[in-house]
Ligand binder design. Structure first.
Ligand code: GLU
Length: 333
């Protein structure tokens, strides 16, 4: 009896073992392949440039999924400030963020003044230039930034990078955003519709050009124009992360401007955290830089990118994985 029970038990064990083996078979053979991993990039609104930028990075890296086992996905978010905070908290692995916000977070300024320097923040590379873009309805009587006084203006949501830029631009023009304008703090991608529906007179958006959101704003029945932002020398002297720029009106044939609109700008950058493994950041850096021509073809705002200028405008320290690639490629000593 005992012997029989033992044999039954043995069969059961072996049987389960076999089932187990069968189940594990795919995993065992997968062991020879790279470990499967995921990384998500925080971007911006769907009609902005960050969202397709994240898409371009994921497309290039995911092509090598069989080699690296790394799957990159993209998340639409409120923008720079949200992305930096999500990267620091570990909710996202990568984020696209304005260079001025990268600087402020690392130094513990602006939105990070109460939390202090965000020392885990790491740069990967700089991307396309972004301009502080002020767009107004022609019927609202706004020719200069000073004319925003008393007007309903969307400055952007608190997760965005552009909200702070709008506040700086207003302050530079002698306007207090809390007292002198009727400020809305709605996501910038919603501004085009709000402007066309007559619910706002103007809005700020710090963004690369051309982009779908501004095209949408200029394509409606309400005529709109870019408001020049001038007299920015003092602002740039105070905040060296700003530089003069302009909006080429040829990109928006429906805007009523006759000339390019002067303004100032920053750069979009790719950021991560020092907690992210070196090899993941290395793979992403390498694939962007080694496929730069293909990457540039994915959005017109990337046309000015060069390997050299992508290493300019990154105030936080580079991630070790990015440094490994830059050294290997002879771009860094
Ligand atoms: N610069 C904007 C921000 O950080 C986002 C622009 C975009 O989505 O292209 O809020």
């Amino acid at each position: 009896m005992l012997k029989k029970a033992f044999i039954i038990a043995l069969v059961l064990v072996l049987g389960f073992g076999l089932v187990g083996c069968k189940k594990e078979a795919p995993e065992e053979s997968a062991a020879a392949e790279p470990q499967r991993r995921f990384a998500t990039i925080g971007t911006g609104g769907l009609t902005g440039v960050y969202y397709p930028t994240g898409g371009a990075i994921s497309r290039i890296v995911n092509k090598k999924y069989d080699e690296y086992g790394l799957k990159v996905t993209v998340e639409s978010t409120g923008g720079s400030v949200f992305n930096i905070n999500a990267v620091l908290s570990g909710d996202l692995e990568f984020g696209i963020a304005q260079s001025d916000r990268q600087y402020q977070a690392y130094e513990g300024l602006a939105e990070w003044e109460s939390t202090g320097p965000q020392e885990k923040l790491r740069a990967v590379c700089a991307l396309h230039p972004e301009s502080i873009t002020l767009i107004a309805a022609d019927d609202a009587g706004i020719k200069t930034i000073e004319d925003l006084k008393g007007k309903r203006v969307n400055i952007g949501d608190p997760g965005s990078g552009n909200r702070g830029n709008a506040i700086d631009a207003l302050q530079n023009a002698g306007l207090d955003w809390e007292k002198d304008i009727m400020a809305e703090q709605i996501k910038a991608v919603e501004s085009a519709k709000l402007l066309q529906d007559g619910r706002i007179d103007a809005y700020f958006y710090t963004i690369g050009h051309p982009n779908g959101s501004i095209t949408e704003a200029t394509a409606g029945t309400r005529k709109v124009h870019f408001v020049p932002i001038t007299n920015v020398d003092d602002l740039i002297a105070k905040y060296p992360f700003y530089a003069k720029s302009f909006i080429p009106i040829a990109l928006y044939p429906n805007a009523t401007n006759k000339e390019d609109a002067p303004t100032y700008g920053v750069k979009a950058t790719l950021v991560t955290s020092s907690d992210i493994p070196e090899d993941i950041v290395y793979i992403i850096t390498k694939e962007i830089f080694e496929n730069l021509e293909e990457f540039k073809a994915l959005h017109p705002a990337f046309s000015v990118l060069t390997k050299e200028n992508m290493l300019e405008g990154n105030p936080a320290p580079y991630h070790d994985g990015a440094i490994r690639y830059f050294k290997e490629a002879g771009m860094m000593d």
